[in-house]
Design a binder for this molecule. Structure first.
Ligand SMILES: Cc1cc2nc3c(=O)[nH]c(=O)nc-3n(C[C@H](O)[C@H](O)[C@H](O)COP(=O)(O)OP(=O)(O)OC[C@H]3O[C@@H](n4cnc5c(N)ncnc54)[C@H](O)[C@@H]3O)c2cc1C
Length: 475
């Protein structure tokens, strides 16, 4: 039976859900707050340059998804290999962190410190039965304090804006690839064949930036009869008993209501819950307030040079620099800059309305150019222009008890039978675009088959406490 389904949010998850539903002939409308689709995966064009919101790349273990994306993109999809490095203390280290590199590039004292602190950590774990409560414990118990202080701690604190003592171990268990220093040593001296956790080097990337993927997907949805409603911010969900009957959104200052048979929501979980004002208990309000998102500001610099380096990503661990990652978009696609020119993008984590968020573009540029110079990238004299972009919901903050707060919100929403929340913001899960797309497609299929699987099986896809994609020091 043809259903009228509303998809809230037009990012990768929402569009994938709408795409799947449209393929099966359902009546679909995507309600998107911004003036364009793509969510975190948009690409901005400026003076012939293209910048994503923090350079994206597409990889997936799901063959069907990859095939569908390749078919949809045709010749517009490029393949590339990534080469990433960590810039630290004037040296360049391999990314993922390689034991050989640490051993060869760090001085004898650091190497000795790393080894001793690893031994101390290993012994205390056994003797004192140390448990992993926080991200800091997780790393120190496996790698020792020296490597924590050098690589993991400062980066993590900068990324999340809170002490790693207050960050859940979930983030570490899904993001850190080296099991422990013992594996590192075995691998270094080839004493044992340790199966390395795979690290995806090759990736897909559209010629005109990651946003091209979702522009094309949105055209396909429209072509199949689906509606994309832009500049439409969802403000309220109207229910009848345990069913959502309609959704209200504000578009150009006017509030409109649209009826539906079912809803797939990909807007931030906290905002979705707030859209049920008359139904919230004090308890639910409190859990909502305790789930926070970390924002990111991107400094996009147009550079009058043909190239800067051959690195796709340069990770910056030290806390004295405000950026976490530096990228050269041309490394993903040559169409990211005009012929003979290049560009640089810096990811700068912050909180909405803090000093960095409000910092004038010129001051941010001056500060970052000085930092880049110290890091060995001197482009001061070659800057053509710059602009900044920003996202409020860059990362769900995995505080120590985030999973409990999130579960309370899932429990609250669970009573509405024809509503499912999914996607990165909708499930408060640190997932990549491929998982967001899979989640959207699975949510759509589940809905078409009258909820054959439990909502939670869709919502917590790939949230196992194992590595999502092998990376090492940071993610
Ligand atoms: C810096 C950075 C780098 C990344 N790099 C990669 C990468 O290389 N590879 C990768 O696979 N993934 C990467 N990701 C993750 C990827 O961007 C996300 O996994 C993906 O965008 C999640 O899709 P989504 O649809 O779930 O959420 P989103 O992309 O956040 O989409 C949610 C949509 O909902 C809309 N919305 C919000 N509130 C409302 C409302 N009230 N009403 C209507 N609409 C609303 C938003 O405008 C948005 O369009 C990166 C993320 C960041 C922050």
């Amino acid at each position: 039976m043809k259903k009228k389904i509303l998809v809230l949010g037009g990012g990768p998850c929402g569009l994938s859900a709408a795409w799947e539903l449209s393929r099966y002939g359902h009546d679909v409308a995507v309600i998107e707050k911004e003036s364009r689709v793509g969510g975190l995966c948009i690409t901005n064009e400026y003076k012939g340059y293209r910048f994503d919101l923090g350079g994206h790349r597409f990889i997936s273990k799901n063959k069907e998804l990859v095939e569908n994306v390749c078919e949809m993109m045709g010749d517009e999809l490029l393949t590339a290999d990534r080469k990433s490095v960590i810039l630290l203390k004037g040296k360049t280290f391999d990314y993922p962190l390689s034991a050989k590199d640490i051993f060869l590039k760090m001085d004898i004292w650091t190497n000795l410190g790393a080894f001793t602190s690893y031994l101390i950590a290993t012994v205390s774990k056994v003797v004192l039965q140390k448990k992993d409560i926080s991200f800091e414990d997780w790393i120190v118990n496996r790698f020792g304090r020296t490597l924590y202080n050098l690589f993991f701690g400062p980066y993590t604190e900068k990324l999340w804006g809170i002490s790693p003592k207050l960050i859940s171990t979930d983030w570490a268990s899904q993001r850190i690839s080296l099991l422990n220093l013992k594996d590192v040593l075995f691998r270094l001296f080839k004493l044992k064949k340790v199966t390395p956790r795979t690290y995806a080097k090759g990736y897909f990337y559209p010629k005109k930036g990651i946003g091209q993927m979702f522009d094309i997907m949105s055209e396909e949805i429209s072509g199949m009869g689906g509606k994309i409603v832009l500049n439409a911010a969802v403000s309220r969900i109207q229910v009848n008993n345990n069913n959502v009957k309609s959704v209200c959104y504000t578009q150009h200052g006017v509030t409109r209501t649209i009826d539906c048979d079912a809803v797939i929501s990909t807007i931030p979980l906290t905002d979705l819950v707030k859209a049920f004002p008359g139904h919230l208990t004090q308890d639910v309000i409190q859990h909502t307030a305790l789930l926070k998102f970390r924002s990111v500001r991107f400094l996009n610099i147009l550079v009058d040079l043909p190239d800067i380096s051959d690195n796709t990503w340069m990770y910056v661990s030290e806390g004295k620099y405000i950026t976490t990652r530096i990228q050269e978009p041309k490394r993903r696609s040559p169409f990211s800059a005009p012929e003979g020119k290049t560009s640089v993008m810096l990811e700068i984590p912050c909180n909405e309305n803090d000093e960095i968020w409000n910092c004038p573009k010129e001051s941010l540029l001056n500060r970052c150019l000085a930092d880049l110079k110290e890091l060995g990238i001197d482009i001061q004299e070659k800057v053509i222009d710059c602009f900044t972009t920003s996202v409020t919901h860059g990362y769900p903050v995995y505080s120590l008890d985030y999973a409990m707060h999130r579960q309370k919100l899932f429990d609250f929403l669970d009573r509405y039978e024809n509503l499912i929340t999914c996607g990165r913001q909708g499930t408060f899960l640190y997932i990549f675009m491929d998982t967001a797309m899979e989640m959207g497609i699975t949510a759509a299929q589940n809905l078409m088959l009258d909820n054959v699987c439990k909502k939670v099986d869709v919502q917590l896809m790939r949230s196992e406490k194992e590595l999502i994609e092998a990376t090492s020091v940071t993610a």
